[in-house]
Write a protein that binds this ligand. Structure first.
Ligand code: PEP
Length: 234
């Protein structure tokens, strides 16, 4: 079993997410896909987490039950949809929205206490990558500071920033190199790769040692493309 997750980012409306999920459910009804599938729609498009073949997760939430955190949602809003999965540490939130490591760790600690499944993202910039493997690993480890690696519902996604949305994924050698080293630290924690995964490369990426699944952005937004990714994933 592999883990296949789709991050819609700021794409899709509530209506189009509903259509996407209905089509996906029908598609998965017709085939025995052994994989664990999670869809992360935008907050306004969260749907009841009651689909048979996949889960709905949230791209973001604040570490609170409810309260005065303008623009954020908390546990109460997630519970309304029976949502139990959360993305934390995506590079776009770290870089564009300025989420610090301490903030990611606070979010993690709160939602781990709530028994959430946490998809926790790490990934280096091109500048860090160019400093070499050791520097890259030191950087990636710094993004795990404050994260309880013995939390049983933790899934880590390695997403090199330079490969996200570029259309060019890391090479199989690069993925293997980083995943092998990360696995030495992470042990049994599932480790996903993300960064320009698409129907054409998903199969070879999933076949690599140390790759337990993929987190997909742009190539998952169109249902036909996502179904192809699923077809090519087992
Ligand atoms: C992502 O942002 O999580 C991602 C992997 O995006 P893309 O697949 O578009 O590179």
């Amino acid at each position: 079993m592999k883990i296949i997750a789709s991050n819609f980012k700021t794409n899709h409306t509530r209506r189009s997410t509903q259509e996407f999920c209905t089509t996906l459910e029908s598609f998965l009804n017709t085939q025995k896909n052994p994989n664990k599938i999670t869809i992360f729609p935008p907050t306004t498009a969260l749907l009841d987490n009651t689909f048979k073949h996949f889960s709905i997760g949230a791209q973001n939430a604040y570490f609170t039950q409810c309260g005065s955190f303008t623009g954020e949602i908390g546990l109460e809003q997630l519970h309304e949809f029976q949502i139990q999965s959360l993305l934390i540490g995506h590079s776009e939130r770290r870089e564009i929205l300025g989420e610090s490591q301490e903030f990611c760790a606070q979010k993690f600690a709160y939602f781990a206490r709530q028994d959430f499944e946490i998809f926790y993202c790490i990934g280096e910039s091109l500048e860090t990558k160019n400093k070499g493997l050791d520097s890259t690993l030191v950087f990636l480890e710094s993004q795990l500071k404050g994260i309880a690696l013995d939390y049983p519902k933790l899934i880590i996604a390695y997403e090199p920033i330079w490969a996200i949305g570029s259309g060019i994924s890391a090479t199989l050698e690069e993925i293997t190199q980083i995943h092998t080293r990360l696995k030495q630290k992470l042990g049994k924690i599932p480790l996903l790769y993300g960064g320009s995964v698409k129907p054409q490369n998903v199969s070879e990426i999933l076949s690599l040692d140390g790759v337990d699944g993929v987190l997909v952005g742009s190539a998952s937004w169109e249902i036909q493309s996502f179904c192809k990714i699923l077809e090519n994933s087992f």
